[in-house]
Each structure stands twice: as C-alpha cells, then as structure tokens.
Design a protein around this ligand. Structure first.
Ligand code: HEC
Ligand code: HEC
Length: 391
C-alpha cells in the first residue's frame, strides 16, 4: 500500500482553498509524516486513500440516523474543526453538555475526549455515531447497511480495505483521516526558527510570561520536539464549580457511579449533570473529580468558546480565569495559584496565544482577535454598568 504523502499532511484539503498570501515567508515544517509515525498504530497505517475515505465519512450526513448531522457539523474545518457554540447540537436538535474540541493534532493525544474515556482514535470514532444525542444511530449494523447502499462508499472500502463496508473499518478510516489533520506553521514557529520579527514585542513578552510568571507551561508544557502545548494529563482547574450544586453532586457521585461501561459513561458525559465530574467518570477516583484533559493550544484562537463546557467566551476570559487562580473547590489542582498578572500582561498572553494560529488561517487571525477583544470589553462594560445600576 502507498504510504501517506507529506504533501497531504502539510496541505489538508480543507485549506487548499486558501493559498498563502503573496510574499508570505516560506513555510516552516512543524509536524511531518515522520513526526506522526510513532503515534500511528501498526494495524492501521495511514495511506492517502484511507485518509480520503475517512474524510468522506467525516463529511457524510447520511452516517447519522436522520441524515441531518455529519462529524463536520460539530467539527467544521473552517473553524479549526470546531463550532463557535458553547456545546453542540446533534440529531433532532438535542444539545449536549460539552464543547466540541478540534480534531487537529489529536494524533498526539494519549486518550480522547475531555475526560480521556477513549483510548484511541479508532475507539473514539464510532462513539458519536451511536450516541443518541449526536448522530443517533441505534446499531452498527444499520450504519453499515446504509453506507453499503451508497456506491462510492462500497467502491472506496473495497479499494482501501479489500472488502465490503464494515463497522471496524469505518473507525479505522476516520482515525486515519484524523491523524493526517495537523496544524501547520504559525508565527511562533517562524520565531523559533530565528525570525525575530515573526512575533510582536507583546507576543514575545507573552511567551516569556507563558513559561514564567503565568505558569501556563506547567500543564501546557512546551516540548521543542513536539510543540503542541499539552501534558496529556488531567487537572481540575474549576471552570464549572461556580454551579451551585457542584460540591454536593461530587459527594453524591462516588456512591451512585461506582460502575459503568463505555456507552454509559458516554451518556453521563454528554447528557447529564455529572458531565462536569470529568475524569472521575472514567477512573472513579476522588482526586479526579472535575479534572479534564489539558487541551493542546495550537490554533486555539479559532476554537472558542473555551473549556470543556464552553463556559468562557474569549481568550481574555480564559487568561483572567487563570489569573485569579481558577475557581476554588476541594479538588482544585495544586498548581493553580493567583498569578497577579497586570492588564497589559493579560493582553500579552492572549497575543502570544494568537501567534500559535497556523499561517493558513492568517486572515481569520486578526479579525478573530479583534472580535474576541471587543466581546470581552463589551461584557466588562456591561457588568460595570449593571453594578452601578444596582448600587
Ligand atoms: C453533535 C456534535 C458532534 C458530532 C456530530 C461529532 N462530534 Fe466529535 N465531539 C463532540 C463533542 C461535544 C466532543 C467532546 C465530548 C467529550 O469530551 O465528552 C467531541 C470529541 C471528539 C473527539 C475527541 C477530541 C479530543 O480532544 O479528545 C474526536 C477525535 C471527535 N470528536 C471526532 C468525531 C468524529 C470522527 C465524528 C463523526 C463520526 C464526530 N466527532 C461527531 C461533538 C460532536
Ligand atoms: C494546572 C494545569 C493548568 C495550568 C497551570 C494552565 N492550564 Fe490551561 N487548561 C488546563 C486544563 C485542564 C484545561 C481544560 C479545563 C476544563 O475544561 O475544565 C485548560 C484550558 C485552557 C484553555 C482552553 C482551551 C480550549 O480549547 O478550550 C486555554 C486557552 C488555556 N487553558 C490556556 C492557559 C494559559 C494561557 C495558562 C496560563 C495563564 C494556563 N492555561 C494554565 C490546564 C492548565
């Protein structure tokens, strides 16, 4: 079988529509075919044809029970493979409890989902199809039968796997597609490669704060060999503990949720108030209450709103959230402390985060940063006005 070409890795189909700006600096390779090799299981090598089939399934609404929802409905390539809603809407207008993360760079996650309940992309890929509020299919057999009635799928499965459509291979093709979706070079990478002008003075100060005073790097760790800014671990930083019943719910949970298979955990995570318990749903360990996977920060400017529940609208909200030390609760990560960042240091950090956006989204970058800043300042002004009004 033909191995995947690096051209596909560096130029995902979704972005070919955006040619680099004239006079743009030459691309700096960030992740190459070689980078992802160790993260690709031996029994599911990536080929161009397999990744293409995965892409076809990813974009296909007929995979859902009522032909209304595809993977890309919630993971839209135009928005860095997310949607700009706090949580997502699946079949029959059902709203889930969690924010849809990007599928870019998911090849580098050791576990999938905010709580890590899936151990591989293959395992993850078929769960949304059967989830009642996402794609709503009841039985893998129905999905296989449906795709088997569409000639282009029959043909592609035959070509890639040498046999008719089957359930396991739907997962394998989707996983191969996802492994091939990588962030490309960003201003930060050009800066690291010696182009000092690639980052503004504010962004450079933000980078220093990120690894220094602001302590972001203690969880979003920086590894020069794999600069994705994550530790593949779970932390309680507390975005949802503001909900008044969090502590009581956490106490109740230990008794009521002692068991659970993967489908049950999927239901708890996406459909019930227990969603905010995070990693605890998987491990049932007290210390994992409210802990979620540290998300990678590549292209993060494009993937708002933020956090597992989409509760923070802009990057300014996120940095201010960490600035106050997260939200106090009995399970708060011991690494969370008030940071005492000044207003301009907060701006520097946000500007730095925006420099992790792939150059292929360069046009969106400035507009999205402006949009977020305006939304943040508007909300602050509104709060002040309301406070004045109530005095
Ligand atoms: C209705 C919206 C919706 C649809 C449809 C959907 N997803 Fe998701 N996806 C989500 C949400 C929400 C999460 C986070 C859930 C969680 O962590 O509990 C998620 C998580 C993921 C993740 C994990 C990312 C990470 O950082 O761990 C991957 C990969 C993924 N989806 C791929 C897919 C694929 C493949 C399909 C189609 C078969 C699909 N999704 C369909 C909303 C959706
Ligand atoms: C103790 C570990 C830890 C530290 C320190 C930390 N983070 Fe995070 N970060 C997380 C976790 C865990 C989440 C997800 C939390 C959740 O959804 O409940 C997160 C979420 C985020 C998000 C949202 C990403 C998304 O896709 O929704 C951004 C942006 C972010 N962090 C940036 C920062 C910055 C900037 C700093 C430093 C000021 C920082 N983080 C410090 C662990 C940490």
């Amino acid at each position: 079988m033909q191995r995947i070409s690096v051209a596909l890795l560096m130029l995902p189909a979704a972005v070919l529509a955006q040619p680099p700006a004239p006079g743009a600096p030459p691309p700096v390779p960030v992740f190459s075919g070689d980078t992802i090799k160790p993260f690709t299981p031996a029994d599911n090598p990536i080929t161009d044809a397999k990744a293409k089939l995965g892409d076809m399934i990813f974009d296909e609404k007929r995979v859902s029970a009522d032909n209304s929802v595809a993977c890309n409905t919630c993971h839209s390539p135009r928005n860095g493979f997310t949607t700009h809603t706090a949580t997502s809407r699946g079949v029959s207008d059902q709203i889930g409890k969690r924010n849809a993360p990007s599928i870019l760079n998911t090849v580098f996650y050791k576990t999938l989902f905010w709580d890590g309940r899936a151990a591989s992309l293959e395992e993850q890929a078929t769960l949304p199809i059967l989830n009642p509020i996402e794609m709503g299919q009841k039985d893998p057999k129905d999905v296989v039968a449906k795709l088997s009635a569409i000639p282009q799928f029959v043909e592609a499965f035959q070509q890639v796997f040498g046999h008719p459509v089957n359930w396991e291979d739907i997962g394998k093709a989707l996983a191969a597609f996802e492994r091939s979706r990588l962030s490309t070079e960003a201003p930060f990478d050009r800066f690291l490669h010696g182009d000092e002008k690639a980052l503004s003075a504010s962004q450079q100060r933000g980078w220093a704060l990120f690894t220094g005073k602001a302590r972001c790097g203690s969880c979003h760790s920086y590894d020069p060999a794999l600069p994705i800014f994550g530790d593949n671990r779970f932390h309680n930083v507390g975005p949802t503990v503001r909900k008044p019943d969090f502590n009581q719910m956490a106490k109740r949970a230990a008794d009521t949720l002692a068991t659970g298979n993967q489908a049950e955990i999927d239901k708890l995570a996406l459909e019930t108030e227990y969603s905010d318990l995070g990693r605890f749903l998987v491990t049932k360990k007290r210390e994992d209450i409210g802990a979620f996977k540290t998300p990678f920060l590549r292209d993060v400017l494009l993937t708002g709103p933020y956090m597992h529940d989409g509760s923070l609208e802009t990057l300014w909200d996120v940095v201010e959230f960490f600035n106050k030390g997260g939200e106090q609760n009995p399970f708060l990560d011991s690494g969370m402390k008030p940071l005492e960042l000044t207003e301009s240091e907060v701006d520097d950090l946000v500007n730095f985060l925006s420099a992790l956006t792939s150059d292929r989204f360069a046009e969106q970058r400035a507009a999205e940063l402006d949009r977020q800043h305006a939304a943040y300042l508007y909300r602050l002004a509104l709060q002040r006005q309301n406070q004045k009004g109530s005095q």
